[in-house]
Structures are given as C-alpha cells and as structure tokens.
Design a binder for this molecule. Structure first.
Ligand code: AMP
Ligand code: ZN
Length: 114
C-alpha cells in the first residue's frame, strides 16, 4: 500500500466509487462534500501539487481540466455553473498531497473564498 491516500484510491486499494476514469485521470466524490456536487479529479500518476508541475505536464493538466468539465456534465451542473479549485500548499489549504481538482456545484458558491 502506498503512503498516499489518493494513490491507494487509484490502485483500488481504498474503495471509492469512480465518477469518471480514463488512461490519465480518475474522479470520485469527496468524502466530506462542501456542495451538492463535490467531486475530486486527480491524475493517476502521483503528482504532489500544482507546485510540482513541470513544463512537460501540459498535456496532463489539460486532460485534468477537460475531465473536470466532463464530470460537471455527468453531474448535470454545467448549465447552472460550477467552480474548479486547486488548493496548493499550506496557504492554499491543501491537505492531501496528491494533485486534485475540486469540482463544486449544485448551489450558489460565494466569492471571495475564506
Ligand atoms: P484539499 O484540502 O484541497 O487537499 O482536499 C482534500 C480533499 O480530500 C478534502 O476535501 C477531503 O474531504 C477529501 N478526502 C479525504 N479523504 C478522502 C477519501 N477517502 N475519499 C474522498 N475524498 C477524500
Ligand atoms: Zn499519490
């Protein structure tokens, strides 16, 4: 078992029903949802955070964003609108150090964030 929670979800060692998956990306619902839709979109490959991305990761980042929109379509929130969030590092509020995009929707989301 990996020390990384999300790597263990990708490996199907820790169970999490998948909302979406392809060759590079996996998506599953957040265990502590902050909105009616709250899904996490992650790379299969272990990437610590946005801060760890390299020039060569452009395709991966693009695929993560496209997958996030696919998740929003699957969840039926494209018309009403949604938000994607990538918490990065300590000040960014990141708590799981495997890159993930939060896809949030299904209610009006306030701005600015806390
Ligand atoms: P962040 O704080 O941006 O690093 O987000 C980590 C997210 O992972 C939080 O919203 C947690 O609720 C979520 N989370 C933690 N453990 C699990 C799990 N086993 N399955 C699904 N989501 C999880
Ligand atoms: Zn990982």
């Amino acid at each position: 078992m990996s020390e990384c929670l999300f790597c263990n979800i990708v490996a199907r060692i820790i169970p999490a029903p998948l909302v979406y998956e392809d060759d590079l990306v996996v998506a599953f619902d957040d265990i502590n949802p902050q909105a009616p839709t709250h899904t996490l979109v992650i790379p299969r490959r272990h990437v610590v955070s946005m801060a760890a991305l390299q020039d060569s990761d452009g395709e991966l980042l693009s695929r993560l964003m496209v997958a996030s929109n696919k998740v929003a379509k699957l969840k039926g929130i494209v018309g009403s609108g949604y938000r994607v969030v990538i918490n990065t590092g300590t000040h960014g509020g990141q708590s799981v150090f495997h890159l993930h995009i939060h896809v949030l929707g299904g209610r009006h989301l306030a701005w600015p964030p806390g």
